[in-house]
Design a binder for this molecule. Structure first.
Ligand code: DOR
Length: 440
């Protein structure tokens, strides 16, 4: 075995079939080589991990994050964010283009890839952002998981809210289009109606369910017109879930965030503007309908929309407060806690947070524990509970909307490309992830 060999012993291993075996996984040169019963240590230097009592899952692929570099590093940067990732069991991420400068050209994309190669502990991919004018960039950008369109909740160049500007983007090219679906015209009108309110809870009334539904309907219409791959980002409403339940072409996918499943408008009282995000947090009824849609496969997978803002920024008065909350450190434990509580199975969580994401974005060799696959893995502890504590969060913004939640399924060991990036509280900051590839 080479120096990069790893032997994970005595783990409860989730197999691609959804079944478990109690056994070992051997990793060489970043790949899973063998999965089986009592594999013996080969000759040579091997790192052995005793996984007794732990469950081995494919590493989380978080398909929607905002990591703020370049340009907004006072909130987060690619190093701090990727540290938070591996603490949370996230081994790969897909990052959004609303950095400064905006990621709307190949040069900006290359700059992010270059920065990430130098400082990211996790594997990385970056969306190219659509503007009303950059179609040639959208057609040629490489490598990228897809085109991000902000149909609403954005200002400046990244807002593409008119059908006349959206149509050519859907009509040309064939790569995946991921939409932030909110109707900007409706938001504008309703903002005027609620002018003067300083209550963060009005955010969910201004950017209401109808605003989300209008935009999702328009994106779906254009996707069907051109047979274009479409992904609905952070779907938040019962109405959108019902729409997709009745009308979801095979080339359309959707995601939901843990916060849209687990938090609702009743939480404004406790969290205030920390709960403010786009699309907004909805009602308990929306929570339930989104859960059902996820379990039924109407919603395909989970993303965090990790969108860190400092506590100082969040402590201004609404509507001057920025929208967004961090998520990469807590998403896996939150979902596994739900699985332990009987709302879903651990195998479903692994599918929603890894396997199904790799499939939708056509990321080769990731998302399963199988010989030949990349050794992006997470060992979780499903026996013990530990609360989310502000003093333990790694994200630069320094807070979590889930503080105080008592969770199980915390990542104990996170492995990126066969390297141990996180081990029971200790980050190995020398580990570097790789650029993700995306099939066409
Ligand atoms: O709440 C949000 N914040 N939603 C987004 O789509 C953007 C994000 C951010 O970048 O802060």
């Amino acid at each position: 075995m080479s120096a990069s060999s790893l032997l994970i012993q005595n783990a409860q291993i989730l197999l691609p079939s959804g079944e478990y075996i109690l056994g070992d996984v051997e990793v060489q040169a970043g790949k899973i080589i063998r999965v089986g019963d009592s594999l013996s240590e080969s000759i040579g230097e091997t790192t052995v991990i005793d996984a007794t009592g732990l469950t081995l899952l494919p590493g989380v692929i978080d398909p929607q994050v905002h990591f703020r570099e370049p340009g907004l590093e006072h909130k987060e940067d690619l190093f701090t964010a990727s540290c938070a990732c591996v603490r949370g069991g996230v081994t790969s991420f897909l990052e959004m283009p609303n950095t400064r400068p905006l990621t709307t050209t190949q040069a900006a994309l290359d700059d992010k890839l270059n920065r990430a190669s130098q400082k990211c502990l996790a594997n990385y991919g970056f969306f190219i952002g659509a503007t009303p004018e950059n179609l040639p960039d959208l057609l040629s950008a490489n490598p990228t998981p897809g085109i991000k369109i902000f149909m609403g909740s954005m200002h400046g160049d990244l807002l593409v809210d008119e059908e006349s500007a959206l149509d050519p983007i859907f009509a040309n090219g064939d790569r995946l289009i991921a939409v932030h679906a909110e109707d900007q015209n409706r938001i504008r009108d309703r903002r005027a109606q609620f002018a003067g309110s300083t209550d963060p809870a009005t955010h969910s009334q201004i950017q209401d369910n109808q605003a989300a539904l209008n935009a999702t309907q328009l994106a779906l219409k254009l996707s069907k017109k051109y047979g274009r791959r479409l992904h609905i980002l952070h779907m938040s409403t019962a109405e959108e879930a019902d729409l997709l339940r009745h009308e979801k072409p095979a080339w359309v996918t959707a995601e939901v965030t843990p916060q849209h499943l687990l938090l609702n408008i009743n939480d404004y009282e406790k969290l205030g503007s920390l709960l403010q995000m786009n699309p907004p947090i909805r009602s308990p009824h929306d929570n339930e309908v989104l859960w059902q849609a996820l379990r039924d496969g109407v919603i395909d997978f989970i993303a965090t929309d990790h969108a860190p803002h400092t506590l100082e920024e969040k402590s201004q008065s609404y509507p001057n407060t920025p929208s967004g909350m961090p998520g990469v450190e807590t998403s896996l434990a939150l979902m596994l806690t739900q699985a332990k509580g009987g709302r879903c199975s651990v195998a479903q969580v692994a599918n929603w947070m890894s396997t199904a994401v790799a499939k939708a974005y056509r990321i080769p060799n990731k998302g399963l524990i199988e010989p030949g696959y990349d050794a992006d893995l997470v060992l979780v502890d499903l026996e013990h509970y530990h609360p989310v504590l502000r003093e333990e969060v790694v994200t630069k913004c320094g807070w979590s909307p889930f503080e105080g939640w008592n969770l199980t399924g915390w990542a104990q060991v996170t492995i990126v490309g066969g390297q141990v990036a996180y081990d029971r509280g200790t980050l190995n900051t020398a580990v570097r992830g790789q650029a993700l590839r995306f099939g066409s």
